[in-house]
Structures are given as C-alpha cells and as structure tokens.
Design a protein around this ligand. Structure first.
Ligand SMILES: C[S@@+](CC[C@H](N)C(=O)[O-])C[C@H]1O[C@@H](n2cnc3c(N)ncnc32)[C@H](O)[C@@H]1O
Ligand SMILES: [Zn+2]
Length: 286
C-alpha cells in the first residue's frame, strides 16, 4: 500500500466561519472555536457540509448513481484518460517535495486511486477529495484510507487559503473564487471536460439530431493555460455497463424505458469517448 507523506500541520477551515478546525479530544469530531462541530464518520471521512447547505436530504449524486459509476469506472473504460491525468499531475510534482492535491467533486474517488497507482511520485502526494454526496465520499474513504475525504460543497471549500498545490476537476462543478482562494500561487488546476464527440453513439439513441458537445472554457480568470490534450478512443461496454454509463450522464433522465431497452439490446455497440484535459496555472489573485 502506498505511503502517505507526513502532513503534520493538516488543517481544515470551518465551513461556516472559516477559522481553523481542531480535532477534539475524543478523536471523533472536529470543532472550531465558535463551537461548530463536525463528526468523523466510521469510514474516516469528515462531514463538513453545514446543515444550512444541505438543500436536500441527499445532495449530489444518488447512491444508485454512485454504484453505477463505480462499476463502470472499475471496469477500466476511462483508465486511458486517467493515466493521461496522472501524467499531467506528474508534471506538477517537484521531486523530493510533498504536494497537496484536491479532487473537486471526486465522486467515489476513482481518480485519486488512479493517481496513487500511476503517478511516478505518488508517495509525495497527499490526496484530498470533496464531494457533496455522502454515499460517494463514504465509498471513496473506504477504498483509500490514507487519503482524506470530506463531504463538502465546491462553493464553500473547508480549507484555509493557499492550501493546495494542485486541484483536479473531472466532470464536476466548481466555483472560480473558491478555486483561486485554496490554490497556492503558481498552483495547478487540471480539468477534464467532454470533447465534442463524447458518447456520440449513446446520444444517438436519445436525440433525433445529435449535436456536438459545446466547448466549455476550462481556464478561470486569474489562470493561464499551460497544457491541453484531447483524448479519444472507442469503448465496447456490455449491456449492463452501457446502462451504468448512461446513468453517469446528464442526459440519463431523457432516456425512457424503451430507449434503455434499445441501448442494452443492440449488438456490438461501440461508443466514442472524447475528453479534453486542460492544465492551467494560477497567475494572479483577482
Ligand atoms: C459527473 S459526477 C463526477 C464524479 C467524479 N469526478 C468522476 O468523474 O467519477 C459529478 C459529481 O459532482 C458532485 N457535485 C455536484 N454538485 C456539487 C457541489 N456543489 N460540490 C461538490 N460536489 C458536487 C456530484 O455529487 C457528483 O459526484
Ligand atoms: Zn465555525
């Protein structure tokens, strides 16, 4: 098992009032000086989502979506993209120096595990991940006990300013102000966004006229692009995996039962993947 670098001064900031959070004597919760309390779950993650930010009982992806995502990802279909992400993260590591990395909207933690496996110097990386979905974070923490996962919103990150060297965001939302706040000067931000033809053949089952995915601008204000890569390849998931993949997409809700039937029963179904990896570096405080 991979060794975690020492992080003696690991700190969270209270998501309510932003002052430091300290581990309490019981070892089971963190609290700030203003008595905001957050429990450590048995899986080792911290729930740092303040009650007022829990707009629904189950914010973020549902348990069913999380299970589908894990099943699909663990089958390796996105591993080539994951390896390319690891190579870009490697480029941000200075040999012999520790690095704190945050996976924003990390889901069930697939990319932290991929980086622990494929980064050249993964022993130098302290992995952190946040997601608003509790089930996903519990699943991530269970699989990677030496990483630090927290239930939190990207809109209010529970970390002090300039805490991270590297922030990763794969198909998840983020908040530009918070991103700039938690990244160190010259810190890196790596995004994975869908390329124009991502999952084209799956979309053909849903839309009468499939349109290319509109390109997003993955470089926030105060950042400069330092590298970009487009990765596309074909995958052939089986019937069950196709439905799991569908569940991961924003267009899943448009697929009724007969569309799902058609997707799972078609023979020899090849689907294009298309990913855009964009690495940018923080240049200024805006
Ligand atoms: C499409 S999934 C991607 C998950 C993961 N990055 C992956 O690729 O496997 C989007 C994730 O963002 C999370 N999410 C949605 N809104 C969020 C927010 N405001 N803060 C943190 N996470 C959020 C969802 O719960 C979900 O796990
Ligand atoms: Zn507080």
């Amino acid at each position: 098992m991979q060794q975690l670098i020492e992080e003696p001064n690991v700190l969270y900031a209270c998501p309510v009032c932003r002052v430091p959070l300290y581990l309490q004597q019981s070892g089971k919760s963190f609290a700030c000086q203003n008595q905001h309390n957050f429990d450590l779950a048995k899986e080792g993650y911290l729930n740092l989502l303040p009650v007022q930010d829990r707009h629904s009982k189950e914010p973020g992806d549902s348990k069913q979506m999380m299970i589908a995502r894990r099943e699909f990802l663990e089958a390796g279909f996105y591993e080539p993209m994951g390896k390319a992400v690891a190579m870009m993260v490697d480029a941000g590591i200075t040999e012999g120096q520790g690095m704190r990395l945050l996976d924003l909207g990390c889901g069930e933690g697939y990319y932290s595990r991929i980086m622990a496996r494929y980064c050249n110097h993964s022993e130098q990386i302290a992995f952190h991940g946040i997601d608003i979905a509790k089930f996903a974070i519990a699943a991530a923490a269970k699989k990677q006990p030496n990483a630090r996962f927290a239930v939190a919103s990207s809109k209010r990150l529970p970390y002090p300013g300039e805490y991270f060297d590297f922030v990763l965001r794969v198909f998840a939302p983020s908040d530009d102000d918070e991103l700039r706040r938690v990244l160190k000067p010259s810190g890196y931000f790596l995004t994975v966004t869908p390329g124009p033809r991502h999952l084209w053949q799956l979309k053909e089952f849903i839309y009468s006229e499939v349109k290319e995915h509109a390109s997003e601008n993955p470089v926030p204000q105060g950042f400069e692009q330092s590298a970009a890569q487009r990765i596309s390849y074909k995958i052939t998931p089986n019937s069950r995996q196709r439905i799991a993949l569908l569940q991961m997409t924003p267009f899943a809700w448009q697929a009724n039962e007969s569309i799902r039937q058609a997707i799972s029963s078609v023979a020899d179904f090849e689907i294009e993947t298309d990913f855009i990896l964009t690495l940018s570096v923080k240049t200024a405080v805006v």
